[in-house]
Design a protein around this ligand. Sequence first.
Ligand code: GDP
Ligand code: IMO
Ligand code: MG
Length: 429
Amino acid sequence: MSNVAVIGAQWGDEGKGKVVDLFALDADIVVRFQDGNNAGHTLVVKGEKTVLHLIPSGALHSKKICVIGNGVVVDPGILLEEISGLKKRGYLLKDSSLRLSEGAHLIMPYHKSIDQARERLRGKGRIGTTGRGIGPAYEDKVARTGIRFIDLLEEDVFREKLSYNIKEKNIYLKAILKEKPLNFKEIYDTYCGYRKKLKAYITDTAIFLNEKIKAGKKVLFEGAQGTLLDVDHGTYPFVTPSNTVISGVCSGTGMGPQNIHHIIGISKAYTTRVGSGPFPTELKGPEGEKLKQDGDEFGATTGRPRRCGWFDAVGARHAVRINGMTGIALTKLDVLTGFEKIKICTAYRFDGKTFHEFPSSLRVLEHAKPKWEEMEGWDTSLRRARKFSDLPINARRYVRRLEEILDTKMVLVSVGPGREQTIMLKKIF
Ligand code: GDP
Ligand code: IMO
Ligand code: MG
């Protein structure tokens, strides 16, 4: 019996989609457990690129079941678009290949309006959210005014909840955010249409998953975002509103922790971040530009350029500890080709002090100066490497040094976006 969780070890976009697609070969079920379509997970199979925002990255394998757990906030319109796009390409043909939790919360039009209006009002102080309504949807969940799929199924409950929420949100939208009010009837009709189309997928996914695990099925949990975007353990307030770390698997699926056997952290061989917030190893000059161009660092959800910098071992060690990671999948090592020297940040310095552990203070993070360790680079392309010994000696040294600093073994090294551009070091399932 073996279930695996894949968790981002940085600020998201580490290559979770690629790794989940690869691991899914050996899994039976792939599960998303938090956040929503702020995620953009890229899969490249036989040269064809697919970006998934809500549906788990197991969707390109036939006979695998994809589950959207109760911890996810779901924009039903986006989900339907994603389902139909996949169906057109011959995936997810049977309704039973996708299960949607009846406990998952719906993203409503007012969540998107509020998210976007608040960002506009914040101006320079904005978080740089994806504008998909994720924050306001989680706020309503905690405020106990959210609408779940089970509520959508019960027509009178849905009408009552929506009617109350629209009244309250319209007051807020008009008076505080100076936005246009929303129309109850329009939203009600649209969402009743969604109910019809999504009904076949909605179920108690906690019961489904627990039964499958008992029957010996292998489950792969697909994290979205990354540890440094976690609402508790990230660079608050420049974070996403959910627990992106391992605890989210249990709360976001309804499963006990004993069911998770491996926790694999996904990390780029350098660091990127989209949106605002502190980024101690950010490179604003030509080296950052080279990482952006060679790594094609543009957001899979919003298309925004990603900020780039050297590997931040302080952040990565924090991620290893918070999640209890049992292994690391190192991605995009190929992007480091062509640098004469490669740097690793091993500690931060601020105000005469050295920080070996990730600080909670935003002020420290914003002003932290990295303490660098420098390594020799390499010139040859890594894209065709399939065994560790195919890598140039300096690339091997870099990987081994990261293992030492993080005190965690690599389970794979990725050298390109394609499924096959992978050096497997340890079997996971
Ligand atoms: P995710 O959100 O963690 O799934 O990552 P994204 O899909 O947003 O971003 C990762 C990007 O890097 C995608 O464009 C992937 O196709 C690409 N990618 C993944 N692994 C590698 C790799 O090893 N090398 C290169 N060059 N690209 C990679
Ligand atoms: P994947 O799963 C990178 C960032 C946003 C913003 C902050 C809050 O593809 O790794 P939100 O819309 O969540 O309220 O925005 O979080 N963010 C991501 N950054 N990858 C993601 O997902 C992200 N999802 C959210 O850019 O800074
Ligand atoms: Mg992404």
